[in-house]
Design a binder for this molecule. Structure first.
Ligand code: HEM
Length: 450
């Protein structure tokens, strides 16, 4: 990589932070640039075949090259140069690891978009009913204790509505899955991704133990196989069948991809995103007040897709949460050819095969694009200026104004995720007058709507 013009720092004052954020901030300062070479885990000594060298892209302009499929290739780059063993996914490379140049990517992406489209009729009522039962569980716990942990009920709720919406399989039909399905997914996700996850409190041991060898899949294969059986036996027959007849996949490819979409993409994403929403909402009474007013005034008698879409403040709050807490913080892409990469003020020569690494929490605080970038401004994405900014919101691996398709790698559920999050917030604020959460995942105050 050769700098053709002098680069300058474009991220504002560091705020107290840890892990990757400090890591990248320090190097931005040292390099006086938001584009530079560095190393990321997992690394030496046991990952001998993983190349830790990356080119960090940490401002909006340089990061956006990751969406340009003419210059960037995405084969096996989901979590960097390291790729979890395919034994975690039925011995095959599932959609998220495929590049757009691979014909199978088009087939599976179209299949995933079809699953979402066909689930749209049941999506809202199912989410609402699962939210009601989750909050009832939390109410019961709260009635006999001064605080209630929301993690388990929330994960069960997410697992249940996604299983029903995406595959037509109700966990309630299988006692083991109803009780342990979400935890089986947690374990599967955790072990598969452990070498790439930063778990701050274990430092420095985490580098040695967690980032230094891949965990054997047999530890989780029991749970994975039970979930597979659940999808095959309880899921709507036509979900997997359409993968075979309409999208040209083998039955095995269809089943393993459905489970990956359900367990990794969807469950994994919402399990990270919803706690962020709750944590932020539960710590700001003023924001609650403003959003509550809107959710009650515009929601009608029952929340619907259309009524939620009308809630400008709720939607902006969801976008702002995604801006400052992108659930998938790191994105990678490999240069498909030699090309010139631009930041706001410099141009860099990138060589074919080099790996670009974007850390979104910093990119989304680019001061050239966002005013007061470090601050949570809940109505940032409202009015004319706010609607302009939406195109710089990148949580879905593409702009929020973009269109997921077979020829790009943007999350096909881009709009489902934001509208479901708005529904989550509006439903909560109609059910309760106020809520307080602490940083360790507990609700410490909950006042029912009068
Ligand atoms: C809060 C929830 C979600 C988040 C945060 C999320 C985020 C993302 C991100 C960042 C990517 C791109 C990864 C990369 O290549 O770097 C992605 C891809 C993908 N997501 Fe989502 N997602 C969520 C929900 C869902 C849901 C509900 C589905 C269900 C269909 C889904 C299906 C997919 C698929 C199939 C891909 C791969 C796209 C491709 O290979 O072209 N996601 N998601």
């Amino acid at each position: 990589m050769t700098t053709m013009m002098s680069a300058s720092t474009s991220i504002t004052q560091p705020r107290p932070s840890s892990g990757p954020e400090t890591f990248f901030r320090k190097r931005i300062e040292k390099n006086k640039s938001t584009v530079f070479r560095t190393n990321v885990p997992p690394t030496f000594p046991l990952f001998t075949r993983v190349n830790p060298n990356v080119i960090a892209v940490l401002d909006v302009k340089s990061f956006s090259h990751l969406f340009d499929m003419d210059v960037v290739e995405k084969a096996d780059t989901l979590v960097g140069d390291f790729m979890p063993s395919v034994s975690y996914t039925g011995g095959m490379r599932v959609c998220a690891y495929l590049d757009t140049s691979e014909p199978k990517h088009s087939k599976i992406k179209a299949f995933a978009m079809d699953i979402l489209k066909r689930s749209s009729a049941t999506w809202f009522p199912t989410v609402l009913s699962e939210l009601d039962s989750m909050w009832s569980t939390i109410d019961t716990e709260f009635s006999s204790s001064s605080s209630a942990s929301y993690f388990v009920p929330l994960q069960q709720c997410i697992f249940s509505f996604l299983s029903q919406c995406l595959v037509g399989a109700d966990p309630a039909a299988s006692p083991t899955i109803a009780k342990h399905g979400y935890a089986m997914l947690d374990l599967w996700l955790g072990l598969m991704l452990l070498p790439t996850i930063k778990i701050g409190f274990l430092q420095p041991l985490e580098e040695i133990f967690l980032h230094s060898f891949a965990y054997p899949s047999f530890l989780v294969s029991g749970g994975y196989n039970k979930l597979l059986k659940f999808v095959e036996e309880e899921g709507r027959e036509e979900v997997v069948e359409r993968g075979v007849t309409e999208f040209g996949l083998t039955r095995d490819e269809a089943v393993h991809n459905v489970l990956f979409v359900l367990g990794f993409n969807a469950y994994g994403g919402f399990s990270i995103f919803f706690p962020s929403l709750l944590g932020i909402l539960g710590s700001d009474v003023t924001v609650q007040e403003k959003l509550r007013e809107e959710a009650r005034a515009k929601g009608g008698s029952t929340l619907s897709f259309n009524s939620v879409k009308e809630m400008e403040l709720v939607q902006s709050f969801v976008y702002e949460t995604l801006r400052l807490n992108p659930p998938v913080p790191t994105q990678y892409g490999r240069a498909r050819k030699d090309f010139l990469l631009s930041s706001h003020d410099s141009v860099f020569e990138i060589k074919k095969g080099e790996l670009l690494c974007g850390y979104q929490p910093l990119v989304m605080r680019d001061p050239m694009v966002f005013d007061e970038p470090e601050k949570f401004v809940f109505d940032r994405f409202t009015k004319e200026k706010g609607s302009e900014l939406v195109r710089y919101l990148y949580w879905s691996n593409g702009p929020q104004t973009g269109s997921p398709s077979e020829s790009n790698k943007q999350c096909p559920a881009k709009d489902y995720v934001t509208v479901t999050a708005s529904l989550f917030v509006a439903h909560l604020l109609r059910r309760y007058d106020s809520i307080a959460c602490n940083s360790s995942g507990s609700i410490t105050a909950l006042v029912k709507a009068k």
